[in-house]
Design a protein around this ligand. Structure first.
Ligand code: KIV
Ligand code: ZN
Length: 512
């Protein structure tokens, strides 16, 4: 049996299904590029048939990603599968992932189909897909709650050419030992099981997605794990890539398996996903939380200073936690800046984007004496750097607040080519600024989330990073803005969200 464990990342598909986590095509491409740097084996880029936006996102990723296999989800019908194949046409390596529910509950109540009808449809779907693509994954949705007779169905889809069989614990109901045995039983009972790679896909409703996935590998013999960065996903999320990968690597003595992941890219990936979706990582989250490597107690600190492995089972630098480095300052030139972008694995599309980023960097360096890697990452994520023309753009902001007085803000912004200056009062300076913007834009959007984080911890000199989540007309978008002044960061975040609401075509709809 192979000792290679395939890492299948579904941040851009299952992760994106998390309410409020929808991403634009460009955001998805940026994350896909980071996943490629992380060296994930398979990137599930979306669900091509679910919307034109999702089709475009899968297509763009398939056209740009060279090293990882690019995959699209498809229901088990010819239309979905054809659409997936069309979106994946430009990929170096493509995979179609087709699924249909097989648990008695789902077949009866959701599909209103008999088991025979479901398995016949699965067989036909895999046969159809196999004529379009050599790499086919089949998932019996809610597989963990399916009856043992679905072995025959697995045998049939393998016979039709499915190369991976993925057993989802769709509702996060599994327990590690039971899930591991479930996979082992299946593999033992399906006569042609050796013709496919078995895969695990666990949701985290009982907080056991990572443990279940590991049991599926260790007890069940699965050789693919489906996971997402930061465990992003519907409800309580999916199996977290960073945790499962570091468990396999740190406990190689137990698992005896190899993963191809460049673990030093884990932190940049975690930050990028958190920043793009506005889903903040909890400080005590394993591997990527701010406290994951912080030793606060005296006994621990003393031990770590004497010998790191007294209290450290992994090294922070191995997962990409660089000590906050002062990388550049006011006097740094364009070449130094460009080189640092390269070292951080940031690829800007054109010289124009590099120039725009450099201008923003100079502007920041004028106001902030120390520029850290995190500042640079936030800076290049700013929409004013990318080639996309912003419809709403902040020109200037002045605000006044004093104890006992009602705060006020004056904002000048560009809407298309016209400039507007507006003034408003509010409960606080942020409220006054956003009210001023809203008084001229009149979006009518409802704010679902407003959150502020320090980009680099430990000092009030840090840039503030603000996430705003807006809802309008059934759409939910996130806007992110960074600035040493959190009121300005808030205005930028608000305008960024308004820009996304404005550009309908950019939006990628979640799975329907
Ligand atoms: O959780 C699930 O069942 C899924 C399938 C579509 C694979 O995400
Ligand atoms: Zn899922």
């Amino acid at each position: 049996m192979s000792d290679k464990l395939i890492i299948f990342d579904t941040t851009l598909r299952d992760g994106e299904q998390s309410p409020g986590a929808s991403m634009t095509r460009d955001e998805k491409l940026r994350i896909a590029r980071q996943l490629e740097r992380l060296r994930v084996d398979v990137i599930e880029a979306g669900f091509a048939a679910s919307s034109n936006g999702d089709f475009e996102a899968v297509k763009t990723i398939a056209d740009h990603i060279k090293d990882s296999t690019v995959c699209s989800l498809a229901r088990a019908n010819d239309r979905d599968i054809s659409r997936a194949a069309e979106a994946l046409a430009g990929a170096n390596r493509a995979r179609i992932h087709t699924f249909i529910a097989t648990s008695p509950l789902h077949m009866e109540k959701k599909l209103r189909m008999s088991p025979d009808q479901v398995f016949e449809q699965a067989k036909l779907a895999v046969r159809f897909a196999r004529n379009l693509c050599g790499d086919i994954e089949f998932s019996p949705e809610d597989g963990y709650r399916s009856e043992p007779d679905f072995c025959a169905g697995c045998e049939a889809v393998i016979a039709e050419g499915a190369t991976t069989i993925n057993i989802p614990d769709t509702v996060g109901y599994a327990i590690p030992e039971l899930y591991g045995e479930f996979i082992r039983n299946l593999r033992e009972r399906v006569p042609n099981s050796d013709k496919a790679i078995w895969s695990v896909h666990c949701h985290n409703d009982l907080g056991m997605a990572v443990a279940n996935s590991l049991a599926g590998v260790k007890i069940g013999g699965a050789r693919q794990i489906e996971c997402t960065i930061n465990g992003l996903g519907e409800r309580a999320g999916n199996c977290a890539l960073e945790e499962v990968v570091m468990a396999i690597r740190t406990r190689r003595d137990h698992f005896g398996l190899e993963v191809g992941i460049d673990t030093t890219q884990i932190m940049p990936a975690s930050r990028m996903v958190s920043q793009t979706t506005g889903f903040v990582v909890q400080p005590n989250k394993a591997v990527v939380g701010a406290n994951a490597f912080a030793h606060a107690s005296g006994i621990h600190q003393d031990g770590v200073l004497k010998a790191r492995d007294t209290y450290e089972i992994m090294r922070a630098e191995d997962v990409g936690w660089a000590a906050n480095k002062i990388v550049l300052g006011k006097l740094s030139g364009r070449n130094a800046f460009k080189q640092r972008l390269q070292e951080l694995g940031i690829e800007l599309e054109s010289e124009g984007e590099i120039n725009a980023a450099f201008t923003r960097f100079k502007d920041l360096a004028d106001r902030k004496s120390e520029i850290f890697d995190e500042d640079i990452i936030a800076l290049v994520s700013d929409e004013s750097v990318t080639a996309v023309k912003e419809h709403f753009r902040l020109i200037s902001l002045a605000q006044r607040s004093e104890t006992g007085e009602r705060p006020q803000a004056s904002v000048t912004l560009a809407i298309g080519d016209a400039e507007h200056s507006v003034h408003s009062e509010g409960n606080g300076p942020v409220d006054a600024s956003l009210r001023a913007i809203e008084s001229v834009v009149q979006s009518g959007a409802e704010m679902l989330l407003y959150s502020v984080n320090a980009i680099t911890s430990g000092s009030t000199e840090s840039q503030g990073e603000v996430t705003v989540r807006l809802q309008h007309g059934g759409r939910v978008v996130n806007g992110v803005g960074a600035d040493p002044d959190i009121v300005v960061a808030s205005a930028k975040a608000y305008l960024s969200a308004l820009n996304k609401l404005h550009s309908n075509t950019e939006r990628v709809a979640a799975q329907g």
